[in-house]
Design a protein around this ligand. Structure first.
Ligand code: BTN
Length: 252
């Protein structure tokens, strides 16, 4: 319960020292009918990233998965993912890390130079959203957030960083509290979530290549449209809306 964990979060907290994947545990709870519960773990032994990738989740991170039952059509769920990215970015900034968001939902430390190693910034956090529902209404949504918080450099995958690496170790309770409060405020206001995302974007204004199921889209990222599509202006001046895919920031 929230009280035991010492959080006054707007969600009930199920805390585990170790779990396979907080998303998998959250999905179990969702199948049992739970709502507004957050599964939180110190360590995950089988955590999952986007596009079936592995995600490293050693002890010391912030690994959490809220179970939500929003009154939304499935098409609007990407706005919840953006809301989580904004909440994570704001919690990181309050901890002193200069964080920004790479479309759609990678939280990066702002690139600080033209050095090759800084290109695109180092990854601080990622989000894996999963849902179930009908065509017009979702049944549940699990928004899995993984933040490399108190994780030492030696335990990070290539291209990643942690709050500890950037500014030193933090009080994870306070970090989780801020993140969940911010997320709670934005989840009921998807339009505001998209606006806030725009303000924190590392992607807008960049030349990008987005790998989509229909092929690569290359051009300038000019905007984000509700509920989370990236608008890319290609070299022949066409504006393409991309709903999902892997985004790479290219050098100008
Ligand atoms: C990504 O590929 O960038 C998304 C990573 C998402 C990792 C988080 S950690 C908490 C939750 N549980 C999981 O198994 N995955 C997500």
């Amino acid at each position: 319960p929230a009280v035991e964990f010492g959080l006054e979060a707007p969600f009930e907290i199920e805390y585990r020292d170790a779990v396979g994947s907080t998303n998998d545990r959250a999905r179990e709870l969702a199948d049992e009918g739970a709502a507004d519960v957050v599964v939180l773990a110190d360590e995950q032994t089988g955590s999952r990233g986007r596009l079936d990738r592995e995600w490293s989740a050693p002890s010391g991170g912030v690994w959490l998965s809220p179970v939500l039952r929003p009154d939304l059509p499935p098409a609007h769920v990407p706005a919840l993912t953006l809301a989580a990215a904004v909440a994570t970015t704001d919690a990181a900034r309050e901890a002193g890390v200069e964080a920004e968001i790479k479309w759609p939902n990678d939280v990066l430390v702002a690139a600080d130079g033209p050095d090759e190693t800084d290109r695109g910034g180092r990854k601080l956090a990622g989000i894996l959203t999963e849902m179930e529902g009908e065509a017009d209404r979702v049944s549940w949504v699990v928004v899995g957030v993984g933040v490399n918080a108190n994780v030492a450099a030696a335990d990070l995958p290539a291209g990643a960083t942690s709050v500890e690496e950037e500014v030193g170790r933090i009080d994870r309770r306070a970090f989780v509290q801020r993140l969940l409060e911010r997320f709670d405020a934005l989840r009921s206001d998807p339009e505001a979530a998209v606006e806030a995302w725009r303000d924190r974007s590392a992607t807008l204004g960049q030349r990008v290549r987005v790998e989509t199921p229909k092929g690569d889209v290359v051009g300038e990222a000019v905007d984000i449209d509700f509920p989370g599509a990236l608008v890319v202006e290609t070299d022949d001046g066409e504006r393409v809306r991309v709903h999902a895919g892997d985004c790479e920031h290219l050098r100008p």
